[in-house]
Each structure stands twice: as C-alpha cells, then as structure tokens.
Design a protein around this ligand. Structure first.
Ligand code: GLP
Length: 254
C-alpha cells in the first residue's frame, strides 16, 4: 500500500487525476471503476479539464460505477446515473454506451446484481477502482456487517449513511433506504485500487481502515489485503496516522 499525503483537497484531486490519466495512457481501453460522493468531484473536474486540453482521451475507456440507490429514477438529480453525467461523462469523450451503473430502477434486485457482475466480467474486470470512504468505513455501499459481502448485492443503508447523505436530499426521509452495490469481492478483484480521503472528520475511520484489524465492521479494512492499493489523502484525513513512512506530498504540474 502506498500512501500519498497531500496538503489539501485540491492537491488530492490533482494527484488522483494524475493516476487515473496515467492508467488511461498506459491502457487506452482500460476499465475504470468509478465512485460518487463529494470526494472524487475534484478529480473528475481535473480530468474534464485535462480532456479539454487534449491531455486525456476517454474514447476507448469503459467505466463501471460502484453503486446506485435502489428505486431512484435515472433523471433524479440524486441518482448516481445523473451524478456521473453531471460531473464527468458530459465533459469527456467517453461513449455513453461504455459507461455502466447498476440500474436502480430495476425492481428485481437479484437479476440486476447478477447481471452487473456478468457485465464487469464481460469487460475483462476492473483495471483501476476509485474509492471514497464512508464515515462508517463503508466502500461503495458495503456497510459495516458481520461478514464481507462478496458479489454485487442489494444493501440496506445504515442510519449513519442515510444521515451522512441526507445533505443532498430535501430530508433524511427522502434518502433511499436501499442501494445496489458492488460487493467487497468485486472491489477486491480490481487490479489496482485508488482510495481518496479528505477531511479531519474521516481521520479516525481512515486510521482504523489502514491500521486496525481487518474486520467486516470496518469494510475498508479489507484493503489491507489487496496487493496494489494507492491511498491519496490530505493531511487532515491522515492526522491520526504517523505518515513518516508514507510517500510525501508532491506538486502536480497541472
Ligand atoms: C457514499 C458512496 C460512497 C462514497 C461515500 C463517501 O455513500 N456510496 O461510494 O465513497 O459515501 O462519500 P463522500 O465522498 O461524500 O464523503
């Protein structure tokens, strides 16, 4: 596991964009696993800017998103389908038919989740999976549990996740109570994982994820077992970790 400490959110976003752009350069038809939430927005803006400057070509890239709320319409501003168009897909030259997100409108959870796993396998698996970190340690929507769920599945969101995500909705009551999410096994099969974390409110859970025991009560702790994880986090998020051994911050050219 490599840990890059950045001074702030912007530098974290530039570093993340550097890594994603390098992945695309190395393998123009790569499969990117993408995330939603506030954390990756800056990285998506960076990638959009670099695309506008002819620095990144998404024409052969395929994407698979981690998750989607169950029961939400695709044109709902809070759907992850809408989020991805609004934050990335509308600004880069990715053919929309090469972008995949679980279909939250499919009421048949088993069929949707099985189909999504098949899609990822058909694409050849994920080359680089981008992750944010939930306040309770969730990755994708894999909530703390007594086991690590393996494949894409339907999950009941915890109160703390509903509470954390209500900022995007009119009220907590409007937050969907379920989601379809890649499983921990799906995520762990990615060849490379890029975890982004910012802000002091995530410092405690980041320490548990990176240094605590590997337990399903802290889903992100499973990343300790992956052989190719890059963590890019700002100094606030890393404030509870001794980063003297970590690769120090860098300056991005962009
Ligand atoms: C959401 C998403 C996750 C995301 C996490 C953190 O619920 N399902 O993929 O990483 O919560 O969100 P944020 O980046 O807004 O803190």
């Amino acid at each position: 596991m490599r840990i890059y400490q950045t001074s702030d959110y912007d530098e974290m976003s530039r570093k993340a964009a550097d890594i994603i752009a390098a992945q695309i350069l190395m393998k123009p038809d790569c499969v990117l696993g993408l995330a939603t939430g506030s954390t990756p927005v800056g990285a998506y803006q960076q990638l959009s800017r670099r695309h506008a400057g002819n620095e990144v070509d998404f024409s052969q890239v395929k994407t698979v998103n981690l998750d989607e709320y169950r029961g939400i319409l695709r044109d709902d501003i809070n759907s992850y389908y809408y989020f991805m168009r609004n934050h990335l897909f509308n600004y880069v030259n990715i053919p929309l038919e090469n972008t995949f997100i679980p279909d939250g409108t499919n009421p048949n959870a088993d069929a949707e989740c099985t189909d999504y796993e098949k899609k990822i396998a058909f694409l050849g698996g994920i080359d680089l999976q981008l992750l944010g970190l939930g306040h309770n340690g969730h990755i994708g929507f894999n909530e703390p549990d007594d086991h690590f769920p393996t494949a894409t599945h339907c999950v009941n969101l915890t109160e703390s996740t509903i509470e954390a995500n209500k900022r995007f909705f009119a009220s907590a009551d409007n937050v969907p109570k379920q989601a379809y999410t890649m499983g921990i096994g799906t995520i762990m099969k990615a060849k490379k994982i890029l975890l982004l974390v910012n802000g002091s409110e995530k410092a405690g859970i980041l320490r548990k994820a990176l240094l605590g025991p590997v337990v399903p009560q802290v889903p992100a702790s499973i990343l300790q077992l992956h052989s190719d994880v890059i963590v890019v986090a700002d100094k606030d998020a890393l404030s509870e970790i001794d980063t003297s051994d970590a690769t120090r911050s860098y300056s991005s050219a962009s």
